[in-house]
Design a binder for this molecule. Sequence first.
Ligand code: ATP
Ligand code: MG
Length: 299
Amino acid sequence: MTLDRLPLLASGKVRDIYDLDDRLLLVASDRVSTYDVVHPNTIPGKGAVLTGVSAFWFDKTAHIVPNHVVSYTDGVPDEARGRGVVVRKLQMLPIEAIVRGHITGSGWKDYQATGKVSGVELPAGLLESQELPVPIFTPSTKAELGLHDEAIDFARAAELLNDVAPDGDGDALATKVREAAIALYKFGHEHARSRGVILADTKFEFGLDPETGQLILGDEALTPDSSRYWPADEFEVGTTPPSFDKQYVRDWAVASGWDKTPPAPEIPAEVVKGTQERYAEAYERITGESLSSWLERTA
Ligand code: ATP
Ligand code: MG
């Protein structure tokens, strides 16, 4: 089977999703976007890094919460090996389960304006990027394509889950989601820290097994796309730390004079190469393995 013979269900900025009846094939492309605009050329190997990092974490966290992974080889066409994964089709929950261990990004903006993030009251006087006393669950809506996700408090998340919770108890389901998400974050944070990397925050997407109603971790797990990873040795409270993977290509995009509106410019060969190296390094920093070993395992 080749990819072009499979029914394409949806195509995000980065991933293509194919329908396999009760399963899905998720394929991370090598496309790269900066400032939400996709560039015309690709970063070869980037998709494999995203899928490989996810695979690493799904495997390591299966004792915390079961996940949707079926196979990285069976049902994955040759051309998508390394980038593709066959997963169980879940009933996805209509919220994004965000956990923050440091105050940064949109959380930092909300905190500055209100002293809170997603309704969670935080201590006064925090500096940008500072570590929080404990990681917090800050859910958001899952916006339709093109719209921006909106931070919501726990009560609103529970309300949104009323319709999908097996027994109509959105509050109980939201509580389960919060506990699982925080446990996953803590595990990821501790592991990353041991490898010289700070996991500042991350987003999970959960779903329900359509038959049993069991809570399952879906989508991607703790990838550089769904998370903020900072090199620990460059971390400085009170600043916006550089993100591990995209900073380099973003710096180039700004320096090129591009005004950040579509179309995005072609990335020159040497910047493609530098970006590839940084993605491979991100894989190696996080997993402790070489990217080629992942490619060999899934070939
Ligand atoms: P973005 O480019 O901002 O990430 P997106 O989230 O719409 O946009 P993708 O991440 O490529 O694009 O899409 C993955 C989609 O597949 C999401 O809507 C996600 O909720 C859904 N999904 C992930 N895992 C499963 C699963 N096991 N069953 C059903 N749907 C899933
Ligand atoms: Mg997504």
